[in-house]
Design a protein around this ligand. Structure first.
Ligand SMILES: CC(C)(COP(=O)(O)OP(=O)(O)OC[C@H]1O[C@@H](n2cnc3c(N)ncnc32)[C@H](O)[C@@H]1OP(=O)(O)O)[C@@H](O)C(=O)NCCC(=O)NCCS
Length: 410
């Protein structure tokens, strides 16, 4: 019989927006039973944010809440609190990313949760860890700004820039999943749950560790791979310079549209084949260009030579030619390029799903493939779609359910 990696793990999902839902969606794909708890009548705020189809759940919501069940429950009512206690007792994991102190204010602090269920893993995502910012709320860009990403992204003489990658939200979600899975594994030995805390600032800084590396390298001299050599006492924005040890740059390609660029990396062994492709065999053994150390002194010239060649052909032709000679590169793919890439659908990473309110939409599948835990991507639930079935499972009678609805508890 087919099983799933997290089969039998029940997750009480009190998350909203992106950081938390991205974590629970991953665990749902890996087979956990995820019960998303939402405010009656409103639900996760993202259901109505950036709406593109009137009265339908937004893509913001649908793309972060696949494979979950939705239960509406007002945790500020006595009936809602009682239901939540029942759910805590029957769950393996409770995860939330409310503002600081919200769950404790509703009567569910860690001591109470542990009393209710000593085996519970309680994961909370906040903007910041203990310290001066502990009580502050946070969103993606706040975390990017305070985790070192914005100060190191963009052009050297431009404004601090946030990246399109949601490293503060979804990046933190992945960190939270690691903590939860580790805590579940430890519970196998100890029989007890534990608290898992992840701060968005910490997750972003973890993902920006190469910049913290460079901050320390600065003490021993300038960072030669950075395009702007005018250093103060902090790591500057590096434009498109490579974060690794090998120089790289985004180079123009034909026909010259906004995304007709290819990112090319010059490994030491790549110089000779690159120069042959560019018709510049004369630079292969030229002492000013022959070694990585010599090239570091004038990287801009090196990339200008290569760009002269790339400008005449398409980014995909550059990729084909460079891979032929084992030179790492990446054409700049637009979101249009990606959503139209048939190969992503063929391997199930992009999936077209049907939604009762909005018709078909494209969903990203699970980015992690387990050979014995296949993923069947399912649409996000409508608000409260599973409220009745979950209340019945919790032993509530039809009359009790009707009364709770009337009282606004569910
Ligand atoms: C994202 C964030 C800034 C949103 O702030 P917000 O919209 O003001 O939402 P909060 O989480 O503070 O909660 C709002 C209220 O809704 C209430 N609420 C939410 N779900 C509820 C439910 N099911 N029943 C009853 N009340 C509920 C909370 O109790 C809280 O009320 P309170 O302040 O009176 O205690 C904030 O949640 C936050 O900083 N979260 C942690 C960091 C994070 O994850 N940020 C990224 C999100 S992608």
């Amino acid at each position: 019989m087919e099983t799933k990696a997290l089969q039998g793990v029940r997750i009480l999902d009190m998350t909203h927006v992106q950081a938390g839902p991205s974590a629970t969606q991953l665990m749902a794909w890996l087979g956990a039973d995820v019960i998303k708890v939402e405010m009656p009548g409103r639900g996760d705020i993202t259901r109505s944010q950036l709406r593109d189809v009137p009265n339908a759940d937004s893509l913001y919501f649908t793309m972060l809440n696949s494979n979950k069940r939705s239960l509406t429950l007002n945790m500020k009512t006595p009936e809602g609190k009682a239901l939540l206690e029942d759910l805590v007792q029957r769950s393996d994991v409770l995860i939330e990313n409310f503002g600081p102190g919200v769950l404790a204010r509703a009567g569910f602090d860690w001591d109470h949760l542990q009393d209710l269920n000593p085996r519970l893993v309680y994961a909370s995502i906040k903007g910041f860890g203990p310290g001066p910012y502990a009580d502050c709320k946070a969103y993606e860009n706040v975390a990017q700004c305070m985790g070192g990403s914005a100060s190191t992204t963009g052009d050297a003489d431009g404004v601090p820039t946030v990246t399109g990658a949601q490293i503060g939200d979804s990046g933190t979600g992945v960190h939270a999943v690691v903590g939860i899975l580790a805590a579940l594994l430890q519970r196998e030995h100890t029989g007890r749950g534990q608290r898992v805390e992840v701060a968005m600032q910490d997750a972003v800084l973890n993902l920006c560790r190469v910049k913290l590396r460079d901050q320390q390298r600065l003490a021993n001299g300038p960072l030669r791979e950075y395009p702007n050599q005018d250093f103060g006492d902090h790591v500057p924005r590096a434009g498109n310079a490579s974060g690794g040890g090998q120089p790289g740059a985004a180079l123009r390609c034909a026909p010259g549209g906004p995304n007709d660029y290819v990112y090319v990396i010059i490994q030491p062994q790549g110089w000779e084949p690159l120069m042959r492709l560019c018709g510049r065999e004369d630079l292969i053994n030229n002492p000013d260009y022959a070694t990585p150390e010599a090239r570091l002194k004038h990287l801009a010239d090196c990339f200008a030579v290569i760009e002269k060649w790339t400008r005449g052909i398409s980014k995909f032709d550059v990729m084909a030619a460079l891979n032929e000679v084992d030179v790492p590169c990446g054409p700049i793919l637009s979101m249009k390029d990606l959503i139209e890439d048939e190969s992503l659908y063929q391997r199930g990473y992009l999936v077209e799903l049907e939604h009762p309110q909005r018709g078909n939409y494209v969903q990203l599948g699970c980015p992690i493939t387990l050979s014995a835990s296949p993923v069947q991507v399912e649409r996000s639930p409508l608000l409260g779609e599973h409220t009745e079935e979950i209340l019945e499972w919790l032993g509530r009678t039809p009359a009790q359910i009707a009364a709770m609805k009337l009282a606004g508890a569910v």
